[in-house]
Design a protein. Structure first.
Length: 143
């Protein structure tokens, strides 16, 4: 009687090679995915700042001041990923709107003023250096 059995499966070397290939792919894919998700949150910031600036301009047309008593003349947007603030000096003739990242967006900070000048005041280390005279919306870009 002859034994015709054979063993099927993977050797330890084959398994280790497959694991190494998967690790190399993950090393590139995970940071790229993270950057992509961060970039997807930035349009929320830019549209909220621009809309708030527009509303402040409309408020100024009606009241000849960006200031409503001791505060900014408009209600600021609410967001899970950014906190918004408004600075208006005593004379009420200028403003600075700021969006500061929180949670996943910590390290990002952007501003816009009454002249429409946009600035990136803070970026995470991996994204570059700030301040810059534009809104940086992609890792490694400059004005």
């Amino acid at each position: 009687m002859t034994d015709h059995s054979f063993q099927a499966g993977f050797s330890l070397i084959e398994l280790m090679v497959a694991l190494a290939i998967a690790a190399i792919i993950a090393a590139f894919a995970v940071p790229a995915y993270r950057d992509h998700t961060l970039r997807s949150y930035l349009p929320e910031m830019s549209s909220s700042l621009q809309l708030s600036a527009l509303r402040l301009e409309q408020y100024y047309q009606d009241h000849r001041s960006y200031r409503n008593g001791t505060e900014c003349g408009v209600t600021l947007p609410r967001s899970e990923r950014f906190s918004f603030s408004c600075t208006v000096p005593e004379d009420g003739q200028s403003f600075l709107l700021t969006a500061t990242g929180r949670d996943a967006m910590v390290g990002f900070a952007y501003t816009i003023d009454q002249q429409g000048q946009t600035r990136t005041t803070s970026l995470p280390d991996a994204w570059g250096t700030a301040p810059l005279d534009c809104w940086v919306m992609k890792r490694g870009t400059r004005c």
